[in-house]
Write a protein that binds this ligand. Structure first.
Ligand code: CP
Ligand code: NVA
Length: 301
């Protein structure tokens, strides 16, 4: 059976933990100059229907450090952008490459691709989920504070793809997620319902942040929602993570943001550039945690 990574729920709980441990190990190996060319001559196709800095660079670098190669594919210059069926693209690509990574709009598209692929497919962000980011976030928390199990995590802002992946992460890594979203911008009801009492939802950022161990936010308008920016700025008033909101959390609480960030909108500069922010470690850990993920999907542990 081919293993895919379309959401965090595709992992067994113990594998989700093993990936974090391996990510920390691979990070140390890279730092100490210990070679780990465990995917020599392997290739990964990277399909990007949306922009990216971190995801592209981290996956491409990961494959090079593993002794393999990554191929960047954009709809502008492949047949994918000219209407070749997704099923056919999956059949063809997966006969040539060893892994496929996709960033796109509709989650169904990546499911369709995976159903027709002979090789592992990785969700590198859809409108619904961004599971790779959560591996990096959990790794970052563990490195700074130890196990995330039983911790209180506050999600402040849009009930978007990142929020959905935080909901799944609460289930997989056993933390309590308190979401504060503006009315009309709540996360998907089914994703929320499946999480049971791991997750609570309110419209009150202060209540969510109260005594939190980790405070997380994301942009108010995600990729594909650019035309809603103005309207969202109004709806999200009062949902900025600033020093006052951080003061509701525990004194040693961390702040995370998947980036790119908009200072002065969802986060104040004093927070993202302040001492509680671990956003640069979080961004770096995309590389290490995805290396652990690639190894897990391709080689198994
Ligand atoms: N956080 C994240 O996925 O960043 P990119 O959009 O730059 O890949
Ligand atoms: N929610 C954001 C995340 C970007 C990494 C988006 O989808 O644009």
């Amino acid at each position: 059976m081919v293993k895919h990574f379309l959401t965090l729920m595709d992992l067994e709980k113990n594998d989700a933990r093993a990936i974090i441990r391996r990510a920390i190990e691979l990070k140390a190996m890279l730092r100490d100059g210990i070679p780990h060319e465990i995917m020599k001559h392997k290739t990964m196709a990277m399909i990007f229907d949306k922009s990216s800095t971190r995801t592209r660079v981290s996956f491409e670098t990961a494959m090079v450090q593993f002794g393999g190669h990554a191929i960047f594919l954009s709809p502008r210059d492949t047949q994918l952008g000219r209407g070749e069926p997704i099923e056919d693209s999956a059949r063809v690509l997966s006969r040539m490459v060893d892994l496929v990574m996709i960033r796109t709009f509709e989650h169904e598209k990546i499911e369709k691709f995976a159903a027709n692929s002979r090789v592992p497919v990785i969700n590198a962000l859809t409108d619904m989920y961004h599971p790779c980011q959560l591996l990096a976030d959990v790794q970052t928390y563990v490195e700074h504070r130890g196990s995330i199990e039983g911790r209180k995590v506050a999600w402040i802002g849009d009930g978007n793809n990142m929020c959905h992946s935080y909901i799944n992460a609460a289930r997989q890594y056993d933390f309590k997620l308190h979401i504060a979203a503006p009315a009309g911008y709540e996360p998907d009801q089914q994703v929320l319902a499946e999480a049971g009492d791991c997750v609570s939802l309110s419209h009150d950022p202060k209540q969510a942040a109260e005594q939190a161990d980790l405070v997380v936010t994301d942009v108010w308008a995600s990729m594909g929602q650019e035309e809603e920016q103005r309207e969202r700025e109004k709806s999200f008033k009062g949902f900025q993570v600033d020093a006052r909101l951080m003061a509701c959390a525990k004194p040693d609480a961390l702040f995370m943001h998947c980036l790119p960030a908009h200072r002065g909108e969802e986060v104040a500069a004093e927070v993202i550039d302040g001492p509680q922010s671990v956003v640069w470690d979080e961004a770096e850990n995309r590389l290490h945690s995805q290396k652990a993920l690639l190894e897990f999907l391709h080689n198994g542990y």
